[in-house]
Design a protein around this ligand. Structure first.
Ligand SMILES: Cc1cc2nc3c(=O)[nH]c(=O)nc-3n(C[C@H](O)[C@H](O)[C@H](O)COP(=O)(O)O)c2cc1C
Length: 655
């Protein structure tokens, strides 16, 4: 069958008239950049029936383009974007008149690039700000309207510069600014209502230095739809065209459309305020743990340890150091915090954490085709165990499915939704704990309420005993979003006023007593940290062992099971919070051990033990308890504990 323009684009008719379609056929649009948005622009505008284009790009398709660029596919790897996109467009309309600029746009070819052009559609790389300014300035001078559609998160922001109205330079005010400041101004100018930032889940993926940022295919397609519509309106002289200083930003993720008006562009007081906040945010994300630079690790063992250090530990204490003996042998020097930490009864919490470390290490080793064999040195002290880990090449080893989730695993202390887990989800979590362990679920409205009561009581002990106060005093790092060695204030899961009160109170035991006596001090944190969260989850769980845990090795195995469970929850996109205190206080009680000087709180612990045993259906199950927590659906935390660099965890004993 022969190509026929009228038939090919006849389904545009109705939204455009036949005469308008003919006008579009006779228009020429310049598109600089055939990447993320440019490729989609070209194909969309070709399907709109535009008859001629000037297109420019000097780049080739690479793998990282695959998530969003129209021409990025295996068969086009390594091929010039310009050639690929021309072929694709000509395949839609073989009569297209294409002016091709294979070296990209520059000052020398700018006049040719804009020759005979009716509209310029910007799709240069975000960071190509110098040449972008020049293209827009040339358009303005030549009376060519120009449109830029920016892919932002899962939305698109559109700005349009019309001859005689506000120019690109007047709006963005990039002249004379540093590169970083220019990038910030461009970003905030494009999106005066930066809706997308609220759901950015990993700041560290924005790398100003490497000129890299995260992107989505949806945003690029929305941009093409936006720019195509504006092309139609501008070229056919109809419909309302919002031009700078007005802008329009649709965010599909947030279901929101914002139209903005910023007279003065980036000089507008609102923009200046926004820029101040954005500068702070960039500083925070590049200076703090969230933006921690990835080190290149040379040996498989270094790469494995670099992942293993992300294992969880009580209060992020990381009770371990690594002694690298050779490329295939590392000694883990573990320790525990029983001396000063009331929650580390006989060092068992630390031992569970070390178990989690060993499991993480073993999973990380599978990524290198290695099997990790761990053995506890029998002669090493119980409070400072030494564990030899040997890496054995094993052709039978394949990367474990949990491997990609080691760094993503995180503690979320805010409430989740109460949507229940599916039976499939529960089954794969139950399988994850492995032989020797099983899972008890505490679910449903009634189950959650019983747990809420239990945690509320347990929290009273936490907040009113000097023994616990001594721990909390040092395990929270105030005023930060990321903390390498503790829990950052932001990850506590409580609102700002409560954080402020807690920060003040935790300065001294006297203040805590004062708060508790006169200001009902335990209520606010308990309601937020325990009650609300206990009700806000899919389920609480207890991992139980077949036999009560007794030796260090038992607890290490328990920690390994717990880490598999947590990583599997992460793999399923579930949020997770350990809830260990009721179990720990109950253990003190069952062993008839006194953990506090405050007699009523020791009494309350007895009640907690009774409640927990009732929830679990008896003392026997409780005695086999390994780990408790809650899981559910919800957003990721925006603040988390990070880890110090591997170097600071290495020790050299000289042996
Ligand atoms: C043995 C153990 C006990 C823990 N107990 C609690 C707990 O009772 N409540 C809580 O919110 N987090 C608890 N955590 C979570 C740690 O605080 C958290 O793993 C650590 O701060 C590192 O943060 P991350 O998990 O976000 O990487 C526990 C972790 C471990 C390994």
């Amino acid at each position: 069958m022969e190509f026929d323009y009228h038939e090919a684009f006849s389904r545009n008719l109705g939204w455009v008239t036949e005469a308008e379609q003919e006008i579009l056929r006779n228009k020429r649009i310049a598109i600089a950049g055939m990447g993320g948005v440019g490729g989609s622009h070209l194909l969309t505008l070709t399907r709109l029936g535009i008859g001629a284009f000037n297109i420019a790009d000097f780049d080739q398709f690479e793998l990282p383009n695959f998530n969003r660029q129209a021409g990025a596919s295996v068969s086009h790897l390594g091929q010039p974007k310009l050639d690929v996109m021309s072929t694709l467009a000509l395949d839609i309309n073989p009569h297209l008149d294409l002016g091709k600029f294979p070296t990209g746009v520059d000052t020398d070819n700018l006049d040719d690039f804009l020759d005979g052009v009716d509209l310029y559609v910007d799709s240069l790389d975000f960071f190509a700000l110098e040449i972008r300014r020049e293209v827009f300035a040339a358009c303005y001078e030549k009376g060519i309207p120009s449109v830029t559609a920016a892919p932002l998160g899962m939305g698109a922001a559109l700005l349009c510069f019309l001859p005689g109205k506000m120019s690109f330079d007047e709006y963005f005010l990039l002249q004379g600014q540093s590169e970083e400041e220019q990038a910030l101004r461009f970003m905030l100018g494009l999106a005066p209502a930066p809706q997308h930032m609220s759901y950015l889940v990993d700041d560290s993926r924005i790398d100003f230095n490497a000129r890299k940022g995260p992107s989505t295919p949806m945003a690029c397609e929305l941009c093409a739809g936006f720019a195509g519509t504006y092309a139609l309106k501008i070229l056919l002289n109809r419909g309302e065209v919002l031009a700078a200083p007005r802008g329009i930003h649709f965010d599909a993720y947030r279901n929101k459309l914002a139209t903005t008006w910023r007279p003065g562009g980036n000089n507008n007081p609102l923009q200046r305020l926004g820029l101040r906040i954005a500068r702070k945010r960039v500083m925070a994300s590049t200076g703090q743990g969230g933006g921690q630079q990835e080190q290149t690790r040379n040996t498989p063992l270094e790469r494995i340890l670099d992942l293993a250090r992300w294992a969880p530990s009580g209060d992020n204490d990381q009770p371990w150091r690594f002694e690298i003996v050779d490329d295939a042998h590392v000694v883990i020097h573990a320790n525990d915090t029983r001396e000063w930490c009331v929650y580390d009864l006989d060092g068992t919490s630390s031992q569970i954490a070390v178990g989690a470390l060993l499991e993480t290490l073993a999973i990380a080793a599978t990524g290198e085709g290695l099997r990790a064999e761990a053995s506890l040195r029998p002669d090493s002290p119980e409070d400072a165990p030494l564990i030899d880990v040997r890496l054995v090449p094993d052709p039978g080893v394949s990367s474990r499915v949990l491997l990609p989730f080691i760094k993503a695993r995180v503690t979320q202390r805010k409430p989740f939704t109460d949507t229940p887990l599916s039976s499939n989800q529960k089954q794969s979590l139950e399988r994850a704990v492995g032989d020797g362990f099983s899972v008890v679920w505490i679910e449903g409205k009634a189950g959650r309420r019983r747990m809420a009561k239990l945690l509320f009581h347990s929290a009273h002990i936490r907040l009113t005993t000097p023994e616990a106060f001594a721990v909390h005093r040092q395990n929270i790092e105030w005023g930060v979003q990321f903390s390498e060695k503790h829990i950052p204030e932001g990850a506590l899961g409580i609102d700002l006023p409560t954080r402020k009160i807690m920060r003040w109170a935790l300065q001294s035991w006297k203040r805590v007593q004062f708060m508790n006596r006169f200001l009902a001090g335990t209520w606010l944190p308990r309601l937020q940290m325990d009650w609300r969260t206990a009700l806000g989850c899919a389920a609480h769980f207890m991992i139980v062992a077949d036999e009560p845990l007794e030796s260090v090795e038992d607890y290490l195995a328990g920690g390994r099971a717990m880490q598999r469970f947590w990583l599997e929850a992460t793999r399923q996109g579930l949020q997770f919070q350990p809830e260990m205190t009721p179990l720990i206080f109950s253990r003190y009680v069952t062993q008839s051990r006194v953990f506090t000087t405050v007699a009523p709180e020791q009494e309350l612990a007895t009640r907690v033990a009774g409640e927990l045993s009732a929830i679990l259906g008896g003392q026997e199950t409780m005695s086999r308890g390994v780990y408790m927590g809650r899981v559910g659906f919800g957003p990721l935390p925006d603040s988390r504990s990070t880890r110090p660099p591997l170097e600071s965890l290495l020790i050299d004993t000289g042996s």
